[in-house]
Design a binder for this molecule. Sequence first.
Ligand code: ARG
Length: 483
Amino acid sequence: MTTPPTAQGKSHRLWGGRFGSTSAPELVALNRSIGTDFRLWPFDIQLSKAWALALWNAGVLSMEESVSLERGLGAVATRLAAGAAPEPTDEDIHTMIDRLLHEEVGDVAGKLHTGRSRNDQVATATRLWVMDACLALDASVRGLESVLLHHATKLEADEVLMPAFTHLQRAQPVAAAHWMLSHFWPLERDRARLAQAARNASSLPLGSGAIAGSAFPVSRVLLKESLGFAHVAPNSMDAVGDRDFIADVLYALTLLGVHVSRLAEDLILFGTSEFGFVKFGDRYSTGSSMMPQKRNPDVLEIARGGPARMLGDLTSLLVTLKGLPSGYNKDLQDDKRALFDAVDVMQLILPAVSGAVEELRFDTTRMRAALSSTMMATDLADWLVDHGVAFRDAHAAVGRLVREAEEQGIELDGLSPDVMAAAHPLFTPSVVRSALSPESSVARRSVVGGTAFSSVKEQLAAARASVGSSSEMPRGNELAIKD
Ligand code: ARG
């Protein structure tokens, strides 16, 4: 099992031969990516096993050599899973695995890199990692969706009403479940985007070599099948330099972050004493070191700030890619820092926001009390329309009432019968009172996607059906790694 790490017995490098002297420490420090890419190891092992088999299949390795490499890679995986740490000289995870493989199987390890390059290797490992991450992210988003659905179901059953806002000014009454579900559907679109990003990642670079394609007759179709990719990348030059799939994930994550930030902002606002629609629970709120009375929604605030990081990661990747010459360039090494950072932040935010939202309590009395009769001004105009008045004229008549109420410092339903009749002859106190009811305002909006409880019930059923089904996503074949 123990042969010296390299023929020279020095640091284990994959490329030392043509250099007369050792590398400058500054180069080693700058070039080293193992601090970031270590987590690719399960996927690097997986693709390396498939490569060992492909080399046998191509007649490059004997059966014994291929099996020995595969076993050795299994042993390396066991050591890595048990916490084997990188040596200071390990440039990246591919180098470290190569070193460990030499320790496990000796000189035959030197045959594994036949016909491949770290260029097609890292692109393949990163794509496998992305497919895996998209599945995990889908589960986390579904977790948050379930919490929203749980609240929406209860709010719908209790027929809770609340004000909806445009320009952050009171606009019209809505079912509180309708508001809750307005944060659900963006997440469904995010899941579709993540699934598409995973599909885009499912194109196999392995076999592309450094740039021109492998010179050994490996079957890329068999590689694709054994690793669980949907397609074989059609151009080796493109395959080693293509990071579109990372940009896709980062965009999907940025937009997901934006959606979560908007939910967070609604809740932060509704949790202020001024609104008082929601109360934050104990497990996901924090206190103040100075003000004993404070209860702060830190989770929601961090979620509100999170997309700044994701957008930074997306921007940094796009700027890295822009103007890059074709093929692999070392600039690309930084792709994983952006990718892992965005996924990690999101995987911290989603469960915490799910927990914080789950323990929210709604003050339905305050929500209902925030509905002033003036918010039903449109309904009063609509009543006139129902009685033959053109909407423009109806709007103007109700506008006069609103101005009068504003001058008197009262709500619409406080106006005297004379004032009502002066605004429009059809207005009587009982007409005005019934048109200004929030219940009937909500009930009238029974179009598909409207806020009437009949529509919200259908919306809830559609939402439940969507969250119940996991996204159609490719997944890397995990068989190779399990032995
Ligand atoms: N650590 C490198 C990366 O992540 C691996 C590829 C190295 N390729 C090379 N030609 N030096 O991009």
